[in-house]
Design a protein around this ligand. Structure first.
Ligand SMILES: *[C@@H]1O[C@H](CO)[C@@H](O)[C@H](O)[C@H]1NC(C)=O
Ligand SMILES: *[C@@H]1O[C@H](CO)[C@@H](O)[C@H](O)[C@H]1NC(C)=O
Ligand SMILES: *[C@@H]1O[C@H](CO)[C@@H](O)[C@H](O)[C@H]1NC(C)=O
Ligand SMILES: *[C@@H]1O[C@H](CO)[C@@H](O)[C@H](O)[C@H]1NC(C)=O
Ligand SMILES: *[C@@H]1O[C@H](CO)[C@@H](O)[C@H](O)[C@H]1NC(C)=O
Ligand SMILES: *[C@@H]1O[C@H](CO)[C@@H](O)[C@H](O)[C@H]1NC(C)=O
Ligand SMILES: *[C@@H]1O[C@H](CO)[C@@H](O)[C@H](O)[C@H]1NC(C)=O
Ligand SMILES: *[C@@H]1O[C@H](CO)[C@@H](O)[C@H](O)[C@H]1NC(C)=O
Ligand SMILES: *[C@@H]1O[C@H](CO)[C@@H](O)[C@H](O)[C@H]1NC(C)=O
Length: 499
């Protein structure tokens, strides 16, 4: 068997057989979906009612999958919670769940729908993939019976898992991922996977890994090993991501993660502006190929773009970065200015005000020192910017260790407002350089412009760890950050801590 297996991400040269089946580029689609919710409050329904409800969302998925395929897409990613929403208690979620088998069973639900009981959702997803000859990635709920032989078995006799599923263009069930890092409000109705699952698969257009939502921020695994050990080229990322300005809006953080990790990331978010849910994109190691952020309409949006199948072998693959190299050199420290404390999303930052049109600053907290050189196009008297540093354990909605250097626009001219979310600005920057003495190699470079717009192609990260923009940013600046995650300092995963 092995002998005939094609190396997937080799450079494309003479090999005749190789070039015939491996693609250098492929077309990716992600769909931001305005999910039709099951109701305003949790309600116990029958399985038939649940299927009927889910079909409303699946009807829309079928339309967009058809469109994506017609436009040449090889793969489409649909968002987390996109099939039944999120208004649940443990019991009321149950009718929406299906038994999702191990993919090794070798199953095409579309042509063998009866094999594992009531699996209407899996059948429809498989048929979409098969009918339109496209890989389909979706998120749904899995249920797994258990009993007293398993000490962790929940009282109601089954596990409920937040699950990503993947079907190949023949409709064959290819991959199943049980989300490992649940967000706080999901834990009443979903169970943690017992250990991180490193779900990945090969295609003729590169190697893919699957993660969901908080997996990208709150914990090291499975995300980091998928990239570093399993060497995936593209991460598939169904999500339901609430925008957290100034540093954690969806498109901002997800594009920064793709750059920092040097992989493609296909991110499909829920669309619900009233809950700050919007922001999807097709992100690459070199920035966003296409993205969508829309607080104005209630409509979903299909995004399609062609990207490199194997960024590691592309001539534009960015070099590895030593994030502390420049900043650690004592000659790059500026005299420390007057500082004040402000909070960004419950974390106490040490800030200094950018009181002049141009300047050089160093601010430090614990072991992290950040340096900033900047020049504004013009200093507006009614806008205040602050430069800050945080080195500590974040403890709200999950516990994870952060090292962050950031420049933010303050919400008002009151320094107490520095760090609050703000979505518009008028101050443009002609140039800037940001760096920090990071202890971690997991640093994600962000620039967010007014209106939650990205600055794709307007900045670069040098090998010595400096984020620089030399030619001016096209729009006024909301925030600039080097967002670091120091995993070694994280507390244990809740799944391990509880045992
Ligand atoms: C797929 O095609 C079959 C047969 O042509 C049809 O019955 C079914 O409705 C289609 N399903 C989807 C999901 O497109
Ligand atoms: C309990 O669960 C185990 C593992 O799932 C299974 O093998 C066994 O048959 C179950 N026992 C009963 C009494 O249901
Ligand atoms: C993908 O292909 C690579 C290289 O041929 C192989 O090492 C790896 O095990 C494959 N992964 C899967 C999930 O089949
Ligand atoms: C990065 O640079 C720092 C400072 O010169 C050095 O101590 C460190 O070993 C470098 N790290 C790597 C991974 O090369
Ligand atoms: C943050 O600062 C505030 C006010 O100075 C203080 O009350 C609070 O305890 C600090 N929080 C942490 C986590 O250090
Ligand atoms: C900032 O420092 C650089 C040298 O590192 C110097 O050339 C520049 O004039 C300084 N800018 C300001 C506004 O002080
Ligand atoms: C920003 O300031 C405005 C005006 O003072 C205020 O209404 C708003 O709540 C502030 N935003 C945040 C996130 O605190
Ligand atoms: C920004 O531009 C000014 C004026 O052209 C220059 O003096 C300064 O060194 C530049 N700073 C950075 C960080 O590039
Ligand atoms: C973190 O980095 C700082 C600055 O380079 C260094 O002084 C400190 O020893 C490092 N801490 C650890 C635990 O590595």
């Amino acid at each position: 068997m092995d002998r005939f297996q094609l190396p997937i991400c080799t450079v494309f040269f003479i090999g005749v057989a190789l070039t015939a089946s491996a693609l250098e580029k492929y077309t990716a689609a992600v769909y931001e979906h305005a999910v039709i919710l099951t109701g305003a409050t949790p309600k116990l329904v029958t399985r038939e009612e649940a299927v009927q409800q889910m079909n409303k969302n699946l009807d829309i998925f079928e339309e967009v999958t058809k469109t994506a395929a017609a436009l040449g897409s090889h793969i489409i990613v649909l968002p987390e919670d996109g099939i039944y929403g999120w208004v649940f208690k443990r019991e009321t979620l149950y009718p929406y769940l299906e038994d999702i088998p191990d993919p090794q069973v070798n199953w095409i639900p579309c042509i063998d729908p009866q094999r594992f009981g009531s699996t209407e959702v899996q059948e429809r997803l498989s048929c979409m993939a098969r009918n339109y000859s496209i890989y389909v990635v979706a998120n749904m709920g899995d249920k797994k019976s258990c009993n007293s032989t398993d000490p962790k078995c929940p009282k109601d006799g089954h596990y409920q898992y937040n699950t990503d599923v993947v079907y190949d263009p023949k409709g064959k069930f290819l991959a199943r991922y049980h989300k490992y890092n649940l967000f706080e409000w999901e834990t009443p109705y979903f169970d943690f996977a017992k250990e991180p699952q490193f779900v990945n698969f090969n295609t003729s257009f590169g190697r893919f890994g699957v993660i969901t939502c908080a997996d990208i921020l709150n914990f090291r695994e499975p995300a980091i090993s998928l990239v570093e050990v399993f060497k995936v080229d593209t991460i598939l990322f169904p999500t339901a991501w609430t925008n957290g300005l100034p540093l954690l809006s969806a498109v901002q953080f997800h594009s920064a993660w793709a750059m920092g990790m040097r992989v493609n990331l296909l991110s499909a978010n829920i669309h619900r502006p009233s809950l700050d849910l919007t922001g999807s994109g097709i992100f690459t190691p070199n920035g966003a190929k296409i993205y969508h952020f829309d607080m104005k309409t209630q409509k979903g949006r299909l995004l399609i773009a062609e990207i490199d199948a194997c960024p590691r072998h592309s001539s534009t693959y960015p070099p590895p970065i030593n994030w502390s190299l420049y900043a650690s050199d004592p000659k790059h420290f500026f005299p420390q200015a007057e500082v004040f404390t402000g909070t960004i999303y419950f974390d106490n930052f040490t800030f200094t005000e950018l009181s002049k049109e141009a300047g050089n600053h160093t601010v430090c907290q614990k072991g992290l020192c950040c340096h900033l050189s900047y020049k504004m196009a013009e200093k507006c008297n009614d806008e205040v910017y602050a430069f800050g540093v945080f080195d500590g354990l974040h403890v709200v909605e999950g516990e994870y260790y952060l090292q962050i250097c950031t420049l933010v626009k303050c919400n008002t001219t009151d320094l107490k407002s520095c760090g609050q979310g703000v979505d518009t600005a008028r101050t443009k920057f002609d140039n800037l350089s940001l760096s920090g003495t990071f202890n971690t190699s997991y640093v994600f470079p962000e620039i967010l412009l007014t209106g939650t717009q990205l600055a794709t192609g307007e900045f670069e990260v040098l090998k010595d760890g400096r984020l620089i923009s030399n030619h001016g940013l096209s729009k006024p600046v909301l925030s600039v950050a080097l967002f670091g995650r120091w995993f070694e300092k994280d507390p244990p995963h809740p799944q391990d801590a509880s045992s």
